[in-house]
Design a protein around this ligand. Structure first.
Ligand code: SF4
Length: 296
């Protein structure tokens, strides 16, 4: 497998990834913690900001690329992954981060997630999961718990929530983790690990919405509830164990790496590069390309 991973870590500080733009999230929003964790993770990786592309969809959390010094693209609702994949294929040397909310990723953008996973581009997808649509003032999102009363569900939601952890695990994601800004150090380490993983990496961040979210989803509740998978003896190379832990999404708050495929497969961009090399080596010269489609 051809790796595009950085080997040389340069001396960048967390502040070098912080833009001059002042976040306009509500005071206390969990996304403040997530962006801080991303600054720390990027500084640990040490890639210069101009070698990083940060793509998001639409929603409160999707403002996040603007608060970094990376190249940012606050794109179209639910379409961050297709755009990020295009960027990565066009320039595999870039470190590509993708971010968005639970509504962006698992409702309108839900169809893109399994396809990004099966292509296995080397991307890190960070979902700020607050179980609500915050930007549009508190409607049900795909991860809202059944029974939740919102402006669109006065009598309580009648729908079962999507389980984002099981969704990505069952689609074959090779790296799946969950964190919370209530454990900033743990979240930063997890994001760093996700970036370093050579393939599609998913980080579900329980990021509280202080304005429309439930009490049980706030940082204070997270601090009481969270349990580090590492302390529970969880084997992150065991897919079935990961699925077992993921099943209790919405009840338990497990943090850490649920699953890390110990034998990473080649990435889509590696495969594309290999194809290019084959063409360049003359196995399929450009002038004979039509021969591939003609039976002799
Ligand atoms: Fe954060 Fe919620 Fe405010 Fe949006 S509405 S900025 S998610 S606290």
């Amino acid at each position: 497998m051809i790796s595009t991973r950085p080997t040389k870590v340069q001396d960048y500080q967390a502040k070098d990834y912080k833009s001059d733009l002042k976040p306009i999230w509500c005071p206390g929003c969990g996304d403040f913690g997530v962006v801080q964790a991303i600054y720390r993770a990027l500084s640990a990786i040490g890639r210069p900001p101009h070698e990083i592309a940060f793509v998001s969809g639409i929603g409160c959390s999707s403002r996040i690329p603007g608060y970094t010094t990376a190249y940012g693209f606050n794109s179209v609702h639910g379409r961050a992954l297709p755009i990020a994949q295009g960027i990565k294929i066009a320039n595999p040397e870039l470190l590509v981060l993708v971010a968005g909310g639970d509504g962006d990723g698992f409702s309108i953008g839900g169809g893109h997630v399994p396809h990004a996973i099966r292509r296995n581009l080397d991307l890190t997808y960070i979902v700020m999961d607050n179980q609500i649509y915050g930007l549009t003032k508190g409607q049900l999102s795909p991860t809202s718990p059944k029974g939740l009363e919102t402006v669109t569900s006065w009598y309580g939601s009648r729908e079962n929530p999507i389980n984002p952890l099981l969704y990505v695990l069952s689609s074959g994601a090779p790296f799946v983790a969950q964190g919370t800004p209530a454990d900033m150090a743990g979240l930063a380490e997890m994001i760093e690990e996700a970036i370093r993983y050579p393939g599609f990496a998913f980080v579900n961040v329980q990021s509280p919405c202080v304005t429309y979210g439930e009490e049980s989803g706030q940082l204070k509740a997270h601090k009481k509830k969270m349990q580090a998978l590492a302390d529970l003896g969880h084997d992150s190379t065991d897919m079935l164990a990961a699925m077992g832990r993921a099943q209790t999404y919405g009840q338990d708050l497990f943090t850490g790496v649920f699953y890390r495929n110990p034998t990473p497969q080649s990435t889509y961009e590696d495969n594309v590069r290999e194809l290019h090399e084959r063409f360049e080596a003359g196995k399929h010269p450009r002038e004979n390309i039509l021969d591939l489609f003609i039976q002799r």
